[in-house]
Design a protein around this ligand. Structure first.
Ligand code: TYD
Length: 213
């Protein structure tokens, strides 16, 4: 089973991905959390280029292709082998982030993003996407309180992030069965309960479908 988390920076999706993995372990379900960009040696190198080399000027198409390169490596090196071993894989971001950030944020046509993402991932789709929604003001305030310094992506102007939020919301509207929207302003434990229940429900459903005659 492939589960992905999406949301803007500061939405709390990484915390929720880790919490879900821990709660699944308590039920005897082994899972692996992998992050994008990164998750492999190549991917971590690409992550460094994309997020921390503020001296580099990276144009939007090059930026998208670098995210896609990291994703292609992650799918073949980590995700597919883990799924083959029967594990649940929890992805902290997937190509929906490219639709939101490089498509709606930077202005690359989303049709191009979808085509290249399909190529990069071999068409691998998650069973469920948890979109942790949060308004920009709250996300910025959380980041300020945490004393975080901005990486290259986080340094973008506010208009960019408004586009990203709209992009995620459109992705969810286009695939209402795959997406579960959670309210990122709720307490983390409450969000975690909801995500856990939904995941268990979906795992049962997949098992039932497999066992059906
Ligand atoms: P993330 O790992 O969530 O940030 P952090 O761990 O530092 O909180 O994401 C890294 C940044 O990369 C984030 O700003 C979103 C951006 N990103 C894209 O722009 N496109 C993509 O396809 C992906 C996967 C991430």
């Amino acid at each position: 089973m492939l589960i992905t988390f999406e949301g803007i920076d500061g939405s709390g999706k990484t915390t929720q991905a880790e919490l879900l993995s821990r709660r699944l372990a308590q039920e005897g379900i082994t899972s692996e959390v992998v992050r994008e960009p990164g998750g492999t040696k190549l991917g971590e190198g690409v992550r460094e280029l994309l997020l921390h080399r503020t001296d580099l000027h990276i144009n939007p198409v090059a930026e998208f292709l670098l995210f896609s390169a990291s994703r292609a490596q992650l799918v073949t090196e980590k995700v597919l082998p883990a799924l083959k071993d029967g594990k649940t894989v929890i992805l902290d971001r997937y190509f929906y982030s490219s639709i939101a950030y490089q498509g709606f944020g930077r202005g690359i046509p989303t049709r191009d993003i979808e085509t290249i993402s399909r190529f990069a991932t071999g068409g691998l789709l998650p069973e469920v996407v948890f979109l942790v929604e949060l308004d920009l003001e709250t996300a910025l305030e959380r980041r300020r309180l945490a004393g975080r310094t901005n990486d290259r992506m986080e340094g973008a102007e506010l208009e960019f992030f408004r586009g990203v939020i709209k992009g995620f919301s459109e992705c969810a509207q286009n695939e209402p069965k795959r997406f579960v929207i959670v309210d990122g302003t709720e307490p983390p434990e409450k969000i975690s309960d909801l995500i856990f229940e939904e995941t268990i429900g979906r795992i049962k459903k997949v098992a039932e479908e497999r066992n059906a005659p």
